[in-house]
Design a protein around this ligand. Structure first.
Ligand SMILES: [Zn+2]
Length: 192
């Protein structure tokens, strides 16, 4: 279990309330702004790649890191206007967004990115796996588009993923957004 008290404030909004996302991963979810963050020293985790802000760079990094092909499905929770998924699609893999804000979702349609207008939870994960086939990579960028408890997110994602699939969370580590793999079985590993 995590050392619980005292938690430093959220590096994004300064809020005091956070909950662990995956046991032993050190990743916390801010109850205020929804960002994921971790209090680990990034110099101790050189293997964590930075999350590129540019959609094309983000997509290229994802495709390269997981050797994604046209047979693979990438799901993004909180996919917004579909900018990153559009870039992923352009590189070959299939892409599906999960985005609860309907006006933003319409932008994704115009960008040609298939998107489900809802928050992600176990039921949605199972629906996606049935309807679109299980995903190889599920990207989540915070709690904004998550409809289950933070502690249940990893299990919900597992129902959506192929065996060996990964849940990739964008996590603020020392002020830098980094990509952290969250795994359902202990000990949770950070990155590959
Ligand atoms: Zn916050």
């Amino acid at each position: 279990m995590l050392p619980i008290h005292p938690l430093p404030p959220c590096p994004s909004c300064g809020g005091p309330d956070a909950e662990p996302v995956a046991p032993d991963s050190g990743v916390l979810a801010c109850r205020g702004c929804g960002r994921f963050w971790a209090a680990v020293d990034p110099t101790n985790r050189p293997e964590l790649p930075e999350a590129a802000a540019d959609p094309a760079a983000f997509a290229a990094g994802l495709v390269r890191r997981y050797r994604l092909t046209r047979d693979d499905l990438v799901v993004e929770v909180g996919s917004g206007g579909g900018e990153r998924l559009r870039a992923v699609k352009g590189l070959g893999p299939r892409a599906l967004g999960v985005e609860p804000e309907l006006r933003v979702m319409a932008k994704a349609f115009h960008a040609g990115v298939d998107t489900i207008g809802t928050r992600f939870c176990a039921g949605i994960g199972e629906y996606v796996a049935r309807r679109y086939g299980p995903a190889r990579v599920l990207v989540v960028r915070g709690l904004r588009a998550v409809g289950c408890e933070p502690a249940d997110l990893v299990a919900a994602a597992a129902g959506c993923l192929v065996p060996g699939g990964v849940l990739v969370a964008e996590v603020l580590v020392g002020g830098v957004a980094r990509l952290v793999e969250l795994h359902p079985v202990a000990p949770a590993r950070i990155a590959a």
